[in-house]
Structures are given as C-alpha cells and as structure tokens.
Write a protein that binds this ligand. Structure first.
Ligand code: PMP
Length: 427
C-alpha cells in the first residue's frame, strides 16, 4: 500500500529537522512502534519478521535485558571514577569469552569510538600510522575512522596513511583466497615503505560485511595477519558485525581463523540496542598508552551499560544462542542453496552462522552483478513483511542477518517468501 498521511508527515518533519544526510530503508519506508523477539510491529499491529537486525541480537526487548536495564537505572547510574562492582563483574565475564591473551577491556559507547580508541592505542604501541583496510570497509564515523571507512564513498577523504586492499572475494578469486588477500596486504605494506609510512595496523571486519559478506574458509586470514605483524604492525579484529556468537559456536569472526588478535573492537549486539561498545586488547599493547596518557569516557562502562552487557551475555549462554546460530544458519544456507539450484540469477550463497550473503548476477560465467534483483527482492520482501537489506560493491548481495533467537520455523517463513520474491522478479 501507499504511505499513510501520518508517515508522510514524519518524513517531511525528518527532512526539515534532521537535514539531508539521513537515509531511510526501502522504497516504502517502514514505521514501527514495537518489537518482540524476531518480530517488529507497525502502528496497525501488523508484524514484520526481522531477518536483518544484528543489534537486537538476543531478540527485540528481551525481558531479561530490559529488566537488568530498568533495575540498575532505578538504583544508580554514574561513571567509571567511582568504585562499582558491575564493571569488574561484567569485564570478567566478557573477557572470559576471549582467548586468555586478551586481558584488558576499555568501554566506549559506540563501535566507532572503540575503533578510534584502538587506533590511538595502536599508534602509541607501534609508533606507526599506516593502516590497511579492505576496499569497501566500514569501521565508523569519527574523523579518524571515517578516513579508513571507504564504504562512505569518495566524497569522504581517505587518510594518506590508509591503504585499501581487495576484499577476500571467495566468489571471484580463483584459487587460494588467503594467499590472494595476503598479497594485497603485502603490496600495501610495500607502498607504505616507499612513502616512509610506518605500519600500524591491519583492521578487518571478520565477516567483511560492507565488502559483500565474505566469511571465507576458516584460517584464510592467517597469512595476511602474519604479513602485517612481520612489518611491525598489529592486527585489530573489528568484531562489531560478527561478534557475540553471530557466526555460531566460534563466537567471534577471528576465532573461526584460529587467530589471537592484538586488539578486538566490539559493539552493536553487545547491549542489544543499548549503546555500549569496547576495545579489548593484549595488555602489553596498552602499557605505554596507559602510563603516559589516561582514559575517561563519561558514559562508557557506566553501571547501567555494564548491567545490560552482562544480561546479554547471560541470555546468549542460557538460551544456547551460539549453537542456535550455527544450526539455524546452516539450515538457512542449505535452503538458499536449494533456491540457487532453481534460479540462474543466484550466483553465490555464503555464510557463517546467522550471517548470510546471497549474490545476484546477470550471468554465472561473467559474474556481472545484478543489482536490480537485490533491489526487487529487498522491497518485495518488505511488502511481504520480511525485513532484509543489500550490500556489496555492486549492491547485488542480500545481507541476511536475523536476531540469534531465529528458529527453523522463522527460517521457513523467510525461505518461502524468498521463493515468491524470486518468482516475481521480472528480470
Ligand atoms: N565497525 C563495523 C564493522 C560496523 O559495521 C560498524 C557499524 N555499522 C562500526 C564499526 C561502527 O559502529 P557504530 O555505528 O556503533 O559507531
């Protein structure tokens, strides 16, 4: 149907009040007023299946998380300069989810801030500035991090110390993806050497979300990380997208590769919608920074945020969501592969846990992107009250990323609707 007068009014007021830089989802923007589990509800009470939200990862408005938030908010909310048990209790439980080498956590409010802090610390540790990221990476919105977030487009200036490498495109690279990716990193390091830029860090999103969703074979990242370390830089795993069990029992994107990062940044699902994020690191990395500088963040790590973060961890454990992500993710991958067997325009299907990508192509031989199919399917599914999105350099990759409480029954609803959306694509 068309937009209601009320929705038109919100759109008009948004433009007037928020200015021109905001973007809405969908040809027909969606107005939602309530969330519960995997469902979102519009003002009329119609429900939408959320197959996209990796923030409300344990389910929208999970009662255990909401209760923890309300209880702590009604007792005390201050900051990290007073003694409070919540921050140390949460830090202990959170760090227990990481390899033992990663011994410190510093809390922020957003993933951007976590990456910004990580880069500052990495610079102090390495004495270098050179950063390697993938061609269409997104790491955040601060001035420093926007300079290493090429997915923001050419208008946003890229730092002179930033080098881009091709994503590990498992669909297009012939042969060894790990070797190809590492070759890109080595070439970036050579360029830095020629320009007297001292290497600082390789920063990668472990699922390469904005590059087009490339989980790849476990282990393929190792060679690239070794190349950066050999040049004196460190490996920062941006786990804002894959982290907190989205990729299944491995729990973290880097863990799929059997790697121990020097630093890890986390956010989005960490608070299930509450703004909490962090940089996690090996202690020696932050030693000099801590001795010569100091860290304070007004809101980061406050008692309410830590109570929320702890409640999220408790839900992931209590409801076995890592196992669920693995099992339901595999089930969805197989369902999408069956569809690929019947629709020529599906060139590739890939995923790890409940983070899946489906790529549309004009021709399976040339692999030329077919953005029109992705646009059609995303908007057609929205009309069928199923929410996903698209990504990638050709805007032709479906990004499928439901809350981790997604079941096989939900997957069947999604797969049936996908089938109808595909059947209705005119070409
Ligand atoms: N890193 C990655 C991989 C992200 O996807 C995002 C957010 N899309 C960020 C960092 C930045 O997080 P935030 O929006 O919380 O600042």
């Amino acid at each position: 149907g068309d937009l209601s007068a009320g929705d038109m009014d919100i759109i008009r007021r948004r433009q007037k009040l928020l200015g021109p830089a905001y973007r809405l989802f969908y040809e027909q923007p969606l107005h939602i007023v309530r969330g519960e589990g995997v469902w979102l509800f519009d003002p009329d009470g119609s429900r939408y299946l959320d197959v996209y939200n990796n923030v409300a990862s344990v389910g929208h408005c999970h009662p255990h998380v909401v209760k923890a938030l309300c209880e702590q908010a009604s007792v005390l909310n201050t900051h990290t300069r007073y003694l409070h048990e919540t921050i140390v209790d949460y830090a202990e439980k959170l760090l227990a989810k990481f390899p033992s080498e990663l011994g410190h956590v510093m809390f922020t409010c957003t993933g951007s801030e976590a990456n910004d802090l990580a880069i500052r610390i990495a610079r102090s540790h390495t004495g270098g500035t050179g950063v390697v990221v993938t061609k269409l990476a997104y790491h955040g919105l601060t001035l420093a991090i926007s300079e290493m977030s090429p997915s923001l487009g050419d208008y946003v200036p890229r730092g002179e110390h930033v080098r881009l490498v091709p994503a590990p495109d498992t669909y297009r690279i012939d042969g060894n993806v790990g070797a190809a990716f590492a070759a890109g990193v080595r070439q970036a390091l050579d360029e830095m050497r020629q320009r007297n830029i001292k290497p600082c860090a390789l920063v990668v999103d472990g699922i390469f979300s904005s590059d087009g969703v490339f989980p790849g074979e476990p282990g393929f990242l190792k060679e690239a990380v070794a190349a950066m370390r050999a040049a004196g830089g460190i490996y920062i795993a941006d786990e804002v997208q894959p982290g907190f069990a989205r990729v299944g029992p491995a729990w973290w994107g880097f863990a799929r590769h059997d790697l121990v990062p020097d630093m890890v940044t986390i956010g989005k699902p960490m608070g299930n919608g509450h703004p909490i994020a962090a940089a996690v690191m090996q202690p020696h990395i932050v030693a000099e920074f801590g001795a010569k500088s100091r860290y304070f963040n007004t809101f980061g790590g406050n008692p309410v945020s830590c109570a929320v973060g702890r409640a999220v961890l408790e839900v992931i454990e209590a409801e076995n969501l890592a196992e669920n992500a693995g099992k339901v993710g595999t089930y969805m991958l197989e369902g999408l592969q069956r569809l690929a067997g019947r629709y020529e325009i599906i060139g590739d299907v890939r995923g790890a846990g409940l983070f899946l990508g489906l790529e549309f192509v004009k021709d399976r031989k040339t692999k030329e992107p077919l953005a029109a199919a992705a646009t059609h399917v995303v908007n057609d599914l929205r009309r069928r009250r199923i929410l996903i999105s698209a990504t990638g350099p050709g805007a032709n990759v479906l990004k499928i990323r439901p809350p981790l409480v997604f079941t096989r029954e939900h997957a069947d609803i999604f797969l049936d609707a996908m089938e109808q959306a595909l059947a209705s694509f005119g070409g």
